[in-house]
Ligand binder design. Structure first.
Ligand code: SF4
Ligand code: SF4
Length: 305
């Protein structure tokens, strides 16, 4: 029996209950901060840096000035572009504590394994009844690999199904240590093209493609592809993906995830520009064509998921 370090701390930015996506049954999704990629379309940009971050919703602000008085280092001023000087903000959260309209929200807080498990236990009965469990997401959960491993161990000790949403970007020791505790891997393969991958995500795909092979030997795995126009959604792109999929161990399903812009407004709240403004989603019939290509290659395909 593995010993579990219940006092280990990680940085969590959200816990969402009652999810029916991201694995079987009813699930709780635990979102961890930190990601080595910086995908241009990322719908959780608040997750990318490992340290907490403050989000400012100007539409709700009543300009009471309480946050300005609360910030001890003077990071808030109406004269700042975007209200907050993010160069000096330490994400202490004092301003969000005093804001009466929740215009300032701190994303990311330290939690111990024990605290997360206590939260997850609220839905344990649903996991049992529905065959569900927990899914670790992010960010990239493997950035906090020690915490992810302990959390998965603690979930297995409770008898819960475990899943991870991952880019697969991690060193080989991490793969060997963490994945034996994971029942289902939902792995993003964004592109098999090295140069395009680097341009759109900020990193090479070599580590990811190599790890996909090893992970498919350890855990049950599904490949997920966020369909990004002009990046990875031509017929040729999908054929290349199928070719790669066939080199993996026992992968029978690809999920095609239509591109959406749900995260767009978060960029404004973080004082950042959204660089995918002019991109359009693929039409339903265009996605159906890609699905057919995958199925013709003998691989099951689900749109969404
Ligand atoms: S999080 Fe802390 S440092 Fe940053 S603006 Fe708010 S009070 Fe100032
Ligand atoms: S405390 Fe909240 S409502 Fe008041 S000025 Fe700051 S952000 Fe606006």
């Amino acid at each position: 029996m593995d010993t579990i370090n219940y006092s280990m701390e990680g940085t969590v930015f959200d816990i969402q209950r009652f999810s029916i996506h991201d694995g079987p049954g009813i699930r709780t999704i635990v979102f961890l901060k930190g990601c080595p990629l910086s995908c241009l379309w990322c719908s959780n940009p608040e997750s990318q840096k490992i340290k907490p971050v403050i989000m400012y919703q100007s539409a709700n602000c009543i300009h009471c000035g309480r946050c300005i008085s609360a910030c001890k280092i003077g990071a808030i001023s109406v004269n700042n572009k975007g209200f907050i000087n993010r160069e000096i903000c330490t994400a202490c959260g004092e301003c969000s504590n005093v804001c009466p309209t929740s215009s300032l929200v701190l994303k990311g807080k330290k939690m111990t394994i024990e605290q997360v498990i206590k939260e997850l236990k609220k839905d344990a009965i649903n996991y049992r009844r529905s065959g569900g469990g927990i899914t670790l997401s992010g960010g990239e959960p493997l950035v906090q690999s020690d915490f992810s491993k302990e959390l998965f161990k603690a979930c297995k000790a409770q008898g819960w199904h475990t899943a991870i949403e991952t880019t697969g970007y991690a060193n080989s020791e991490t793969i060997e240590e963490v994945f034996p505790y994971i029942d289902l891997v939902l792995m993003d393969i964004k592109s098999t093209n090295l140069e395009l991958h680097r341009k759109y995500t900020g990193v090479s795909n070599e580590i990811i493609l190599n790890n996909a092979k090893r992970i498919s030997e350890i855990s049950k795995m599904v490949i997920r592809v966020p369909l990004i126009p002009n990046f990875n959604s031509s017929m040729q792109d999908i054929l290349e993906l199928c070719r790669f999929t066939k080199t993996l161990n026992n992968i029978d399903t690809i999920h095609l995830l239509p591109y959406h812009t749900y995260g767009e407004n978060k960029y404004e709240l973080l004082g950042r520009d959204y660089l995918m403004k002019d991109s359009r989603s693929l039409k339903e019939d265009e996605i159906e064509v890609l699905k057919k290509i995958i199925e013709d290659q003998g691989i099951k395909c689900i749109i969404g998921g």
